[in-house]
Design a protein around this ligand. Structure first.
Ligand SMILES: Nc1ncnc2c1ncn2[C@@H]1O[C@H](COP(=O)(O)OP(=O)(O)OP(=O)(O)O)[C@@H](O)[C@H]1O
Ligand SMILES: [Mg+2]
Length: 229
C-alpha cells in the first residue's frame, strides 16, 4: 500500500502546496499519482478548490478525486450540516483511498484544516483515516512563533493513535527569515521527536508547473525517501 496523508498544524500552513510538491516529484520520476480530498470547504460548485491548485502546480497528470464540497469556509462537518448536503463516512474515504491505491504508485490524501478537524459523518478525523488505512502522515508546519507548540501537540495526537509521522515539512519558508524561523527550524525536531524533512520556499505556490517541479525536487526530496513508494 502506498498511501500518505498530508495534514497540518492548522489551516493555511501549506498542505496543498506540499501535496502538490510530493505529487510533482513522484510524477517526475515516472510514478502514477492520485490525490484525494475527502472534503473541500469554502468553494462553490464549479470553483477551483485545492485539487485544482494541485493540478495547476503539477501541470496535470495526477488523478484527482474530491468526495464532498461545501460553500461555507468552515470545518467540513459544520459546513455539511449548514448546507444540508450529505457527508462522506469514514468507510467512504477508506474505500476511495483503497480504490485509488490499486491503480496508482502513490495516493496522497489532503485533510482539511488540522489533524482533529471533523471531516464528515460521525465526526471522524484524518487521524481516523490514517488509523483505518495504517498509512503514514506528513505533517505540514509553520516556521514562525507558535509552531513549536502546535507541532508538538499534533505529533502527540498522532502518537496517541500509533499513527506514524513520516516527517515534518515547513509549508512556507520565508524569503526573509527572522530569528524565530531559524531557531524553530532547529527546535522542531527536538520538541516533537520528528525530523524536519522538507521546507517549501515562500512564493513556490505561485510558480508555474515547470519551476515548481524544480523547487519541489529540492524542497521535499529527502521526505520522499521515507514514504512508502
Ligand atoms: N510555499 C508557498 N509559496 C507560495 N504560497 C504559499 C506557500 N505555502 C502556502 N502558500 C499560500 O498560502 C495559502 C495557504 O496555503 P495552502 O492552500 O497550501 O494551505 P492549506 O494548509 O492547504 O490550507 P487548507 O486548510 O485551506 O487546505 C495559499 O494561498 C497558498 O498559495
Ligand atoms: Mg489545502
Amino acid at each position: 500500500m502506498s498511501i500518505v496523508l498530508v495534514t497540518g498544524t492548522s489551516t493555511d500552513v501549506g498542505k496543498t502546496v506540499v501535496t502538490a510538491a510530493l505529487a510533482s516529484v513522484a510524477l517526475g520520476s515516472g510514478r502514477s499519482v492520485a490525490v484525494l480530498k475527502p472534503a473541500q470547504t469554502g468553494v462553490g460548485v464549479g470553483e477551483p478548490g485545492d485539487l485544482a491548485e494541485v493540478d495547476r502546480l503539477t501541470g496535470g497528470g495526477a488523478t484527482l478525486v474530491e468526495l464532498a464540497r461545501y460553500p461555507d469556509p468552515l470545518a467540513p462537518d459544520v459546513a455539511a450540516r449548514r448546507s444540508g448536503l450529505p457527508s462522506p463516512t469514514l468507510a467512504d474515504v477508506v474505500a476511495a483511498a483503497t480504490d485509488l491505491d490499486v491503480g496508482h504508485d502513490l495516493t496522497l490524501i489532503e485533510g482539511a484544516g488540522g489533524l482533529l478537524v471533523r471531516l464528515g459523518a460521525e465526526g471522524f478525523t484524518l487521524r481516523d483515516v490514517a488509523t483505518a488505512l495504517s498509512a503514514p502522515v506528513v505533517l505540514v508546519v509553520a516556521s514562525g512563533l507558535g509552531t513549536l507548540n502546535h507541532t508538538a501537540l499534533t505529533v502527540e495526537a498522532l502518537r496517541m493513535s500509533a499513527v506514524r509521522c513520516a516527517g515534518l515539512v515547513i509549508g512556507s519558508w520565508p524569503r526573509h527569515p527572522e530569528l524565530a524561523d531559524y531557531t524553530n527550524r532547529d527546535e522542531l525536531a527536538s520538541v516533537s521527536g520528528v525530523p524536519v524533512r522538507g521546507a517549501v520556499p515562500a512564493g513556490a505556490g505561485l510558480l508555474g508547473a515547470g519551476e515548481f517541479k524544480a523547487i519541489a525536487d529540492i524542497a521535499v526530496n529527502d521526505l520522499v525517501e521515507y514514504l512508502p513508494v
